[in-house]
Design a binder for this molecule. Structure first.
Ligand code: COA
Length: 285
């Protein structure tokens, strides 16, 4: 396979993306729907006829959208979901996986890992609302988000072993971290799917709601609470929690992030408001 295609480069009508203003360019995305409401970006993976499978183009679009989210003053939080009722994301696109070779397979994995790390490291809360199948790269995408809220019909799994491969977008690491070694080994080695309630009992999912609409409403409720807190502190929590999984000393990261919080106006506002018995008004600075 041509490596430029692997990186999505050959697939892009570049002029569309040259001068993005506000979120205008997002309207031009082929496989992702975006809508901003009350500071929340609703990001919908939109290849319903392929169960929202992640092809190269969708991954590149995800990357572009997250680059925009990170810089945006308007977007304070993100909810990711899949179009339709049947699937969140049924995996990386198998028609593209079938074309990999030994050389570009490493790039394939590294590219997905890099994009999912952008999501995991985003300083704004990112919640996956998993409706229907979250398999392979779909489960990996959900795990890269800060939380997962499932509808009752959600199904999770890492079925790559059925294709003679393993998870390559961080799944071997994040699944093990989230549910522990024994269960992660079982799910990845058998390729079995689990339902929403089992996923919740394993710690893979935060909440299960009967329908997708109710799951989105729950995500909005959680995000509403987070948005009333100091944004800088939220970003520092992201960095510290992620530091647990890095070779660096997480306690040192925590001390550094704690000190950064204390330099902020929001720290002064939060502590003053408590002492003055009023609600704090955080400005994110
Ligand atoms: N990549 C590419 N296409 C996919 C896909 C994927 N990961 N998952 C589903 N699709 C496509 C199917 O090929 C089918 O396309 P078609 O209508 O053009 O033939 C369409 O989505 C609907 O899927 P279908 O298999 O007909 O639905 P189903 O209800 O019978 O089964 C699944 C649903 C999820 C069990 C089944 O699609 C599946 O096993 N998908 C692959 C899951 C996987 O292995 N993911 C990890 C990839 S690394």
């Amino acid at each position: 396979m041509d490596n430029s295609k692997l990186l999505g480069l050959a697939l892009y009508p570049l002029p569309v993306y040259l001068f993005p203003t506000s979120f205008g360019f997002m309207a031009e995305l082929a496989n992702i729907l975006t809508e901003v409401k009350n500071g929340v970006l609703y990001l919908t993976l939109n290849r319903e006829e392929k169960l929202n499978a992640l092809n190269f183009q969708t991954l590149e679009e995800l990357k572009m959208v997250f680059e925009e989210i990170i810089d945006s003053r308007e977007i304070k939080a993100v909810i990711i979901t899949g179009a339709g009722e049947k699937a969140f994301v049924a995996g990386a696109d198998i028609s593209e996986i079938a074309e990999l070779n030994e050389v570009n397979a490493r790039k394939f994995a590294e590219n997905g890992q890099e994009i999912f790390a952008m999501i995991e490291n985003c300083h704004k809360p990112v919640i996956a609302v998993t409706n229907g199948f979250a398999l392979g790269g779909g489960c990996e995408l959900a795990m890269a988000c800060h939380m997962r809220i499932a509808s009752a019909n959600a199904k999770f799994g890492q079925p790559e072993v059925n294709l003679g491969i393993i998870p390559g977008y961080g799944g071997t690491q994040r699944l093990t971290i989230l549910i522990g070694k024994g269960k992660a080994n079982e799910l990845m080695m058998t390729g079995d799917m689990i339902g929403a309630e089992e996923a919740k009992s394993l710690g893979l999912v935060n909440y299960v709601l009967p329908t997708k609409e109710e799951a989105i409403a729950k995500a909005e409720e959680v995000i509403g609470k987070i948005m009333s807190k100091a944004p800088l502190a939220i970003g520092m929590i992201v960095d510290c929690v992620n530091a647990v999984f890095l070779p660096e000393d997480g306690y040192q990261t925590e001390a550094n992030c704690f000190a950064r919080c204390v330099k902020s106006g929001d720290y002064k506002e939060g502590t003053s408001a408590f002492l003055e018995k009023r609600k704090p008004v955080f400005k994110g600075e």
